[in-house]
Design a protein around this ligand. Structure first.
Ligand code: ATP
Ligand code: MG
Length: 764
């Protein structure tokens, strides 16, 4: 055994230490945000490996995002000299995918099966509705998509569903046809990954027993957000159900979670899994962690105070030893535009104060809010990175290229076929495509196999298209992945097409980026420099996949990690949902308006408001030191202006932890106009001209430090000092009584001045 002062265990508090070194048995760690749950989980894996209780192959760890999985692997690699590559650490989707790849035949899937992302799924559903002659009026494609996904999240196949009315009967029937279509085309959607691997384990006893014996330790983070099917999946790996009773099979499951952070009910997450887990796995007492290591006192107090407005809670409190820190800054702005300007201004101040860009996060409730923020950041030249939203792999041109690649891997992938059969345009009209679909339906085969059944010029064009794919496949056979991608970009005509487009430059850049991504992927995944793109390579478990297949999977499961240039310092933009589990020095929560946060849709849903409040709790607890809350009186929404009142959540925070900054048209805001852009010194802080015609003063930060003469002083301003004369402000640092300005005076050169005493006034 390791002593408690072994480097691995050093610094853990007694409760954490107990959890990390627990003997092999089932356990639930139930604790609030920032109390070290994820740290306990990672350290436990390291401890289990270091003490030789289990080998890397005997651990199964489930994280919530791919990013979290990577971080866990990185931390483990840092802690241990072991080769932890090939360990089963990943998201539910990632792990299920791995299982299905390894046992595709038992799962009834072709070796080349592809993943259908949410967009592709919707187009597949649309295609299905069309073929069935059901128009959107009668059944919206999104409704059917949601119906199918919810059924799968609950582990239900069409034959498990009972039609209570004709409309439901129709949906069930179409669910059935959707499944047949996916099966024929060799594609699986996200829900199917989970359900299919659940069924694989359930229906193949030897296989199940193999994995039950193999995974001695199963660890799962963010347990509060598992759905019914995911919990059932875990149970299959952890024991046998006999006569309705769950009999554990000797391995140890550690689940960690926080009921106050359950924010995925809309996707089927079920907090009730915690209670079931306690009962079915015979947990005597959940382990509690009450010390918060992340946030300063004001932030933590705000979070505790807010969440106490929820009634459905298991109840727990958090304390911190980090001191109070600064109160939360709350700002009211006139519009979403001004909100974005204010946030960016404040970010620039943080950056000047030395906060690293990646330690600053701007959070919002809805993806659509990122646009204004991105605009302002871009204008100000502040590098940023958006997580979620339209990800790199979801951009149209990238999806076109991926569709070609997928067709090389799996010619039966009809969704990909339809995406590119006439893109770039090759004279194959909608009528021809319909004929082809008809023929394929009748022959019960893939579109690619039905091209010869279509006559006339259209048929000839289709046959030529399939022949073109065959040639590409052959040409690509011996190539490294990146070269294969480049060949496809050339041979498909995609590059030539975008070169001929007026706005094609950015698209071409993205396609070039895809080649780079393929190259980077091969390096990272250790496929070896020279491995041909399509040749299978065995991984640590002896499973084989071609680099191309692995890359396509990566593209389908990836969450936007390639979007900004890697390694570049950037401010992080994301939805609150995407921020779960993460932490930052400074956090902005924007759009705190009734109807937006809490979201208007939540107000009608059962438990909706409480879920929004948990979401707000997640948002607040991301901050280590500084937290900013902003709201705007008006916001552009679908092209029209909407008027808002502040979010009720602002009223639910403790008043003495809040500092309200001056309102947009009040003090400080109407400060004399600074001389932006009139810099004779050419320093970098001059505000770009022409911010949508807004007078610069109105766009600047309202709480800029004030000089002894009562004027707000900002970087870039031309100023006058009674003794030193005229000059230009190079920088402003600090706040309140400590604020000082670095001013370059025309006659006296650069000087630092304490604003509390310097009588600086702006020069018109
Ligand atoms: P969340 O609920 O938000 O996922 P969590 O409970 O998983 O939070 P962690 O992310 O594991 O919390 O930990 C929060 C922060 O506290 C991390 O930076 C972590 O490294 C740090 N931390 C955890 N335990 C300790 C400790 N004993 N000493 C010092 N720092 C710690
Ligand atoms: Mg965590």
């Amino acid at each position: 055994a390791l002593s408690p002062d072994h480097p691995l265990l050093r610094g853990l508090n007694p409760e954490q230490l107990a959890a990390v070194t627990l003997p092999p048995r089932h356990a639930l760690v139930l604790a609030g945000a920032g109390s070290g749950k994820t740290r306990v989980l990672t350290t436990r894996i390291a401890w289990l490996l270091a003490t030789g209780q289990v080998g890397p192959g005997g651990v199964l760890a489930v994280t919530f995002t791919n990013k979290a999985a990577r971080e866990m692997l990185t931390r483990l690699t840092a802690m241990l000299p072991l080769n932890v590559r090939g360990m089963w650490i990943g998201t539910f989707h990632g792990l299920c995918h791995r299982l299905l790849r390894a046992h595709h035949a038992s799962a009834g899937l072709p070796a080349t099966f592809q993943i259908l992302d949410t967009q592709d799924q919707l187009s597949a559903v649309k295609r299905l509705l069309k073929a069935a002659g059901v128009d959107e009026e009668r059944l919206a494609s999104k409704e059917l998509q949601a119906f199918i996904n919810h059924a799968k999240e609950d582990g239900l196949r069409p034959h498990d569903l009972v039609p209570r009315d004709p409309h439901t009967r129709l949906k069930i029937e179409l669910y059935q046809r959707y499944e047949e279509q996916c099966q024929r085309e060799g594609v699986v959607d996200f829900g199917e990954l989970m359900l299919r691997s659940y069924e694989l384990l359930r229906d193949h006893r030897p296989l199940r027993e193999h994995y039950q014996r193999r995974f001695r330790h199963i660890l799962i983070d963010e347990f509060q957000d598992t759905n019914r099917l995911q919990y059932a999946w875990l149970k299959l790996l952890a024991g046998e159900v006999e006569d309705g009773r769950f009999l554990p099979c000797g391995n140890a499951v550690m689940a960690v979670g926080d009921d106050d952070q359950s924010i995925y009910a809309f996707r089927g997450a079920r907090v009730g899994n915690m209670a079931d887990f306690v009962r079915e796995f015979g947990i005597e007492a959940p382990i509690k962690l009450e010390q918060n290591y992340r946030s300063v006192g004001h932030v933590l107090r705000a979070a505790n105070h807010l969440i106490e407005h929820n009634r459905q809670r298991l109840g727990k409190r958090l304390r911190t030893e980090r001191g109070d820190g600064e109160p939360l800054r709350v700002v009211e702005l006139a519009s979403d535009f001004e909100e974005a300007q204010w946030v960016v201004e404040e970010i620039r101040q943080l950056l000047r104060d030395g906060v690293p860009a990646h330690e600053i996060a701007v959070l919002y409730r809805s993806n659509a809010q990122s646009r204004a923020l991105e605009g302002a950041l871009f204008q100000a030249g502040v590098p940023y990175r958006v997580w979620g939203g339209l990800r790199f792999f979801e951009r149209a041109e990238v999806k076109h290229a991926l569709a070609y690649l997928r067709l090389l891997d799996n010619p039966r992938d009809d969704t990909s076929f339809l995406r590119v059969v006439n893109f770039p345009p090759r004279g194959i009209g909608a009528r021809t495509v319909e004929q082809l679909q008809q023929a394929a339906r009748e022959a019960g085969c893939a579109l690619a196999d039905a091209v010869t059944l279509v006559g006339g010029r259209g048929g000839a064009a289709l046959t030529a298209f399939v022949a073109q794919l065959d040639v590409m496949r052959e040409r690509g056979a011996g190539l490294a992945l990146a070269d294969l991608v480049r060949t496809v970009l050339d041979d498909s005509g995609l590059l030539a097409h975008y070169r001929g487009e007026r706005d094609g430059a950015e698209r071409i850049e993205n396609l070039e980026e895809l080649v780079a991504a393929a190259h980077a992927f091969v390096q990272q995944e250790g496929f070896g420099r020279d491995a041909p793109g399509a040749a299978p390579v065995a991984d640590a478990d002896g499973e084989t996949t071609s680099p191309l297949a692995a890359f396509l999977t990566h593209a389908a499961l990836e969450s936007g990690d390639h979007q900004a240039q890697a390694g570049q310092e950037a401010v992080q933009l994301m939805t609150v949902h995407a921020a779960k589990g993460l932490e930052f020095d400074a956090v902005f929560i924007t759009g705190l308006e009734e109807g937006l946060f809490p979201h208007e849709n939540s107000l009608t849903a059962h438990d909706g408001l409480e879920e929004e409040r948990r979401l707000m709790y997640v948002a607040i607890t991301r901050a280590r030191q500084r937290l900013y809350l902003t709201w705007a009186q008006t916001r552009m929404f679908h092209g029209s202006t909407r008027y808002h009142i502040p979010s009720r959540f602002l009223d639910e925070l403790p008043a003495d932890s809040l500092q309200w900054l001056s309102p947009p048209r009040g003090r400080g805001w109407g400060a004399p106009q600074p001389a932006w852009g009139r810099s004779a010194l050419g320093q970098d802080d001059v505000r770009p001209a022409g911010l949508a015609g807004l007078p610069p003063a109105a766009a600047a930060a309202p709480q800029a430090p004030v000089s002894a003469a009562g004027a707000a002083i900002r970087t870039g301003m031309a100023v006058f000092h009674p003794k030193f004369g005229e000059g230009q402000v190079l920088a402003v640092e600090g706040r309140g009584a400590d604020a000082r300005a670095h001013v370059h005076f025309r006659r006296h050169g650069p000087k630092w001045l304490a604003l509390a005493v310097a009588r600086l006034t702006p020069v018109e």
